[in-house]
Design a protein around this ligand. Structure first.
Ligand code: FAD
Length: 389
């Protein structure tokens, strides 16, 4: 047995012994444990699974041990992911800090910043939100206007952000701010970390059609942020932001691996297919084949990343394809379910049917979040295919 095979066997045994059975059931949005200062567990098992993975450093298996990670090599970290997927273990916690900010800090942070911010992320003690979009800066993100004026060793931040997911629950925000209004728009932006509890920060939830609210508007009124919270160079935040968006898109293309709620199309469809016309079977087969092709391509991209090949192009493609495929899958399931797909609460239909209806709505948002499909197509045309702008 090679060392890696040995590691795989040990990992499998450990996960099997430590992941409670209830933490291997399919994930629903209500089962997601968001890490942070005000963490809420829905069950004993959730807490147990969280504590065990944290103690092992496996929230971030590939980060250095000194920052609270597992200190594993990229191949070993990949094995942990694979074995978790094989046993259908849920992610023990969710945190934008883990998927997006952490990798950026490892690349661009100073030693002091890594020491201050990485461990609380790796231990699930601080919840992060993303402050990029503004009312007139979504797809055209570089047009953002929230300003940060330098005053000694402080930035004074003024302006507002919108569509900030869970801004009302976050402890910290990583934000893009304008530090030079006269430079070319991409060259006057900085990337800063803002404590959401500072005076002058106001968060207003935006109510959604579902009655729930995950989006917020965040307002900054003379908020004083230490210059030590600047990541990378002043006015070079666009480079840091692009790197972060790549991590966001990579995370979004992993949603089929138990990282987010998703339904097994075949299992759901079986209940509705019995009397259905053959044309539905054709459409279902097409969805399943696309999903299989995606999974294999995703596997290949991950192997390329482990071999240190540049996978920035595929990352944009994977996010685009995956979010469109999930949307198409739920569209099909909704059509198959007929009138039973039209309700997201109440007692007339089952919880599964409500979940699918909600997931159908949510699937549409994934084609917008992290850069809309149209914008992804533009990026692919320009950066991957090298077509003229
Ligand atoms: C579920 C979800 C979570 C989100 N969470 C966050 C968050 O936590 N933090 C945050 O900062 N933001 C967040 N966002 C915001 C998200 O990044 C923006 O919605 C997205 O970038 C699109 O910007 P916009 O909404 O301003 O749309 P617009 O930019 O106004 O786009 C409107 C339409 O025009 C199209 N379009 C725009 N420009 C072009 C172009 N050049 N070529 C072709 N088509 C174009 C778009 O594709 C879209 O269909 C979230 C969004 C969603 C849906």
């Amino acid at each position: 047995m090679t060392e890696l095979e040995q590691f795989r066997a040990e990992t499998r045994d450990w996960l099997d012994a430590n992941c409670p059975l209830s933490m291997r059931a399919p994930l629903t949005p209500d089962d997601m444990v968001w890490a942070g200062m005000n963490i809420v567990f829905g069950s004993e098992d959730q807490m147990l699974w969280f504590e065990r993975m944290r103690a092992r450093g496996w929230f971030a298996p590939g980060w250095p041990v000194e920052y609270g990670g597992g200190g594993l090599s990229p191949r070993q970290a990949r094995i942990v992911e694979e074995e978790m997927a094989r046993l259908k273990c849920r992610q023990p916690q969710f945190n934008l800090g883990m998927w997006m900010l952490g990798p950026v800090l490892l690349e661009y942070g100073t030693d002091a910043q890594k020491a201050e911010f990485l461990r609380p992320i790796a231990e699930g003690r601080v919840r992060w939100c993303q402050g990029f979009s503004e009312p007139n800066a979504g797809s055209d993100l570089a047009s953002l206007k929230t300003s940060a004026r330098r005053e000694g060793d402080m930035f004074v931040v003024n302006g507002s952000k919108i569509w900030t997911s869970y801004g009302d629950k976050a402890d910290y925000m990583y934000a893009l701010v304008r530090t030079d209004a006269n430079a070319r728009k991409q060259d006057g932006i900085s990337f800063v970390l803002i404590d959401m509890h500072l005076p002058g920060v106001t968060v207003k939830p935006i109510e959604l059609i579902s009655g729930k609210s995950s989006f917020c508007e965040v307002f900054f009124d003379d908020v004083r942020v230490p210059v030590g919270n600047l990541i990378g160079q002043e006015n070079a935040g666009w480079t840091v932001a692009k790197s972060l968006l790549q991590h966001e898109r990579a995370a979004m293309s992993k949603f089929s691996e138990g990282q987010a709620p998703s339904h097994d199309a075949l299992a759901v469809a079986k209940a509705y297919l019995a009397d259905a016309e053959p044309v539905w079977r054709d459409r279902l087969a097409a969805v399943l084949m696309d999903a299989q092709a995606f999974a294999l391509t995703h596997q290949r991209v991950k192997e390329a990343a482990l071999a240190r090949e540049d996978v920035s192009g595929p990352a944009s493609i994977m996010k685009l394809v995956h979010s469109e495929q999930e949307a198409a899958k739920y569209e099909l399931l909704m059509q198959l379910m007929g009138h039973r797909g039209l309700s997201w609460e109440g007692e007339m239909f089952t919880q599964d049917e409500h979940d699918i209806c909600r997931q159908w709505m949510l699937s549409k948002t994934f084609t917008i979040a992290g850069g809309s499909s149209e914008v992804q197509l533009n990026i692919i045309a320009k950066r991957v295919l090298g077509l003229p702008a």
